[in-house]
Design a protein around this ligand. Structure first.
Ligand SMILES: Nc1ncnc2c1ncn2[C@@H]1O[C@H](COP(=O)(O)OP(=O)(O)OP(=O)(O)O)[C@@H](O)[C@H]1O
Ligand SMILES: [Mg+2]
Length: 285
């Protein structure tokens, strides 16, 4: 794990730091309401009883030790667990007040509105342009494709680097560029939420700074949820942070639980639970 003894700096760069003055809870718009959520794989309860609200135009970070269910949980928000045959999501998750798991909800449409970026950049073996145009083409989206591609690349802060080579293979880009391309690809279908599962951990040491800067930009227009092992990263980018851990029960069964969810600054400077404190100060995990 990457906790260090160094004190965690909240908002390392004052210019781009998560705002210290968040709107008060009553002024926040809830994008996702999670009540009693759980994830099973077959008979294994991987995550249980999670309650939290994800707010619009916030960056929300999920942190916690390996196996505590962060990826299982983030996959609930775009119904990606539906694609894992053994996975079963319980409890209730609302999206703008509507039950995300209601029978009438189309999971493909959900994934258009709620984009996702993974740990390892995964561009298609196509040109830069065709990667971004892929989603809009499949969905038959109206409007100029060239403009849509440019806008997505602009928003993902990679346009200037690729504008003269749109027809070259996406796989010729560096890892950090590929990850921003994947962010652009997710943005091209006009989502309102971007899910990111450890988006920086497979990148070289320089690339994460750009992705972090981008996350702070993106929250102006989108709601961002990020899973990260890197607590400094959570401290720098997240408005709210949720800390999960693993509970070891009978016969060594390991189940993820949510320990604490709060404004990031408070989570790191004045956590309410001793387990959170141990984790954020690097004494556990
Ligand atoms: N597709 C799957 N099939 C079966 N079990 C799974 C699957 N994905 C995750 N699990 C199990 O669910 C539990 C939580 O895993 P998950 O990947 O959600 O944790 P995580 O917090 O993302 O861990 P990491 O930090 O290592 O990525 C683990 O016990 C894991 O083995
Ligand atoms: Mg994971």
């Amino acid at each position: 794990m990457d906790a260090t003894a160094a004190p965690i700096r909240i908002g390392a760069d004052p210019g781009m730091a998560a705002s210290p003055a968040l709107p008060p809870p009553e002024a926040r718009e809830i994008v996702f309401g999670v009540r009693g959520a759980s994830v099973h794989y077959g008979t294994h309860l991987a995550l249980r009883d999670v309650d939290l609200d994800v707010y619009r135009n916030f960056v929300t970070a999920f942190i916690g030790p390996s196996g505590c269910g962060k990826s299982s949980f983030i996959r609930c928000f775009n119904r990606l667990n539906d694609l894992i045959p053994t996975a079963r999501v319980g409890g209730q998750i609302t999206y703008h007040g509507e039950d995300l798991y209601a029978p009438a909800v189309d999971a493909v449409e959900v994934r258009q509105r709620i984009g996702m970026v993974f740990q390892k950049p995964n561009p298609f073996p196509k040109s830069i342009y065709d990667n971004i145009a892929f989603g809009p083409r499949v969905l038959g989206m109206k409007g100029g494709l060239d403009e849509r591609v440019e806008q997505a690349l602009q928003r993902a802060a990679i346009w200037d680097e690729v504008k003269d080579r749109l027809k070259t293979p996406a796989l010729s880009l560096s890892g950090g560029q590929q990850q921003r391309l994947c962010i652009a690809r997710a943005l091209a279908t006009d989502p309102d939420v971007l899910l990111m599962d450890e988006p920086c951990s497979a990148l070289d040491p320089i690339a994460p700074a750009k992705i972090e800067e981008l996350m702070l930009e993106l929250r102006r227009d989108f709601t961002v949820i990020v899973v990260t092992h890197n607590m400094q990263q959570a401290a720098r980018v997240a408005d709210m942070t949720a800390f999960f851990t693993v509970e070891v029960g009978d016969e060594g069964r390991r189940t993820g639980i949510l320990i604490e969810y709060d404004e990031t600054a408070r989570m790191f400077t004045n956590p309410q639970d001793s387990r959170t404190e141990a984790y954020v100060t690097g004494r556990f995990g």
